[in-house]
Design a protein around this ligand. Structure first.
Ligand SMILES: NC(=O)c1ccc[n+]([C@@H]2O[C@H](COP(=O)([O-])OP(=O)(O)OC[C@H]3O[C@@H](n4cnc5c(N)ncnc54)[C@H](O)[C@@H]3O)[C@@H](O)[C@H]2O)c1
Length: 249
């Protein structure tokens, strides 16, 4: 029997990249998956990919920064499967590469809306359902940028640091319940998100990885799914490094 047999997982940004990798690993090990993504076309492709592995998966299209979406995600999962066990807050955008004085307030708002408001809204709408069954695993995908700070990526670095703060706060809030809340802080992984970042900036980020390579989606999925499993029982509010040695704390 798979680790996630009988479990229901909501994975945001699961149409591609790290989110799809996590959804595939959860699904192959038995979970039913609600894919939440802003992009319908690649969202439908992800559902087809999951179907190849006989994963029971549905798609909810929308912006994670939209409060109505957060409510309809919870509603769809509960109506379809009757429970939500796992929430993976993965949807994220890099934002423009620019000095702070050249970064517009609108750009800051745009990145905040996806990277921080999204996980905040989804935690708000899903945790009450987890509390009813006194079980849940929440995994937030932060970034090494949130710990170390990447120059010329202020909205990204600041919102990812805030995801770490959100994780620590909610983890403590729920510590005496059956819900565990943790985050991971990956360094560079080759996905579509790199298309949003200036090539010189990507080189800067890779040069700083002591292992001198980028991470693999499967490596992030392995850590995230352990954090989403019942075996993760004595860790909450934790920040799990997966940066090829880049993290200094
Ligand atoms: N790839 C990396 O180097 C790296 C490193 C550290 C952290 N991360 C984080 O990992 C997560 C996944 O990144 P990725 O590399 O797979 O990115 P990606 O760009 O390949 O995939 C992101 C997915 O999120 C979706 N999405 C974007 N905005 C959305 C919104 N507002 N609402 C709903 N869905 C939305 C996209 O359509 C896409 O399917 C992000 O939070 C990212 O910040 C990535």
């Amino acid at each position: 029997m798979g680790r996630f047999q009988g479990k229901v997982a909501v994975v945001t940004g699961a149409a591609t990249g790290i989110g799809l990798g996590i959804a595939l690993r959860l699904g192959k090990e038995g979970a039913r998956i609600l894919v939440v993504d802003i992009d319908r076309t690649i969202g439908e492709q992800a559902i087809d990919e999951l179907a190849k592995w006989e994963v029971d998966a549905r798609l909810e299209v929308g912006d994670v920064g939209d409060e109505n979406l957060a409510h309809s995600v919870a509603e769809q999962a509960i109506t379809t499967w009757g429970q939500i066990d796992i929430l993976i807050n993965n949807a994220g955008i890099a934002g423009e590469t620019a000095d702070i004085w050249a970064t517009s307030p609108n750009e800051m708002e745009r990145v905040y809306r996806c990277n921080l408001r999204g996980p905040f809204l989804l935690c708000r709408s899903i945790i009450p359902h987890m509390l009813k069954r006194n079980f849940g695993r929440i995994v937030n995908i932060a970034s090494i940028a949130g710990k170390e700070g990447n120059p010329r990526m202020v909205p990204y670095s600041a919102t990812k640091a805030a995801v770490i703060g959100l994780t620590k706060s909610v983890g403590k809030e729920l510590a005496t319940t059956g819900i565990r809340v943790n985050c991971v802080t990956p360094a560079v992984v080759r996905t579509r998100i790199l298309d949003q970042i200036a090539p010189k900036q990507v080189d800067y980020m890779i040069e700083r990885i002591p292992m001198k390579r980028t991470g693999f989606i499967e490596e992030i999925a392995a850590l995230a799914t352990w954090l989403a499993s019942e075996e993760c029982s004595f860790s909450t509010g934790g920040v799990f490094d997966i940066s090829g040695g880049r993290a200094t704390y």
